[in-house]
Design a binder for this molecule. Structure first.
Ligand code: S3P
Length: 177
């Protein structure tokens, strides 16, 4: 097996708390932060919603995989990924190369409540977003579970508590090489 990198990688469904936890951890530990959605958006000069609408999901997924291939695990960093990153096994291999993988998850109703606050996610622009979430979650939950080294239920945690829980595990070296 290839060596694991030194980064802390956050995976999980939309609304699981990856972006806010990633920001808080990077700030607290003074680490650089890379967010695959931000990298892809910057590459095209478009928002994620515009990329899906104008270029299609396949172009987004290809750019997402390309962003991962360019990330190094040489030094400590926080890597935030989009919720669909685990859909490609090649992405999971790249994430393992980059570092330790933390899966953030939450109950369906908590996810629904959180994503409803920001109506910008293209995959949830359906007539029944609650059903879409349930469908996507049941397909993806096993993928997040299989990919990650550590799993944290964020349903009843504040953003700071989520960040602290991740840092605690990371600093305890429980999830490091
Ligand atoms: C996606 C999740 C989004 C973004 C894109 C696709 C997904 O990221 O990458 O809309 O397939 O679950 P967040 O998980 O940060 O919302």
């Amino acid at each position: 097996m290839r060596a694991r990198g030194n980064a802390l990688v956050l995976v999980g469904f939309m609304g699981a708390g990856k972006s806010s936890a990633g920001r808080a951890i990077a700030q607290k530990l003074r680490l650089p932060r890379f967010d695959t959605d931000e990298i892809v958006a910057a590459k095209f000069g478009l928002t994620i919603a515009q990329i899906f609408e104008q270029l299609g999901e396949a172009r987004f997924r290809d750019a997402e995989s390309e962003a991962l291939r360019e990330l190094s695990g040489d030094s400590e960093a926080v890597i935030v990924t989009g919720g669909g990153i685990v859909l490609r096994q090649e992405n999971v291999r790249e994430l393992r190369r980059i570092g330790a993988i933390v899966n953030l998850y939450a109950r369906d109703e908590v996810i629904f409540e959180r994503v409803s606050r920001r109506p910008s996610r293209p995959l949830l622009q359906t007539s029944n977003p609650r059903a879409t979430i349930a469908e996507l979650l049941s397909a993806r939950a096993p993928l997040y579970r299989a990919a990650a080294d550590v799993h944290i239920d964020t349903s009843d945690l504040t953003q700071q508590q989520i960040a602290n829980a991740i840092i605690r595990d990371w600093e305890a070296a429980a999830i490091r090489r």
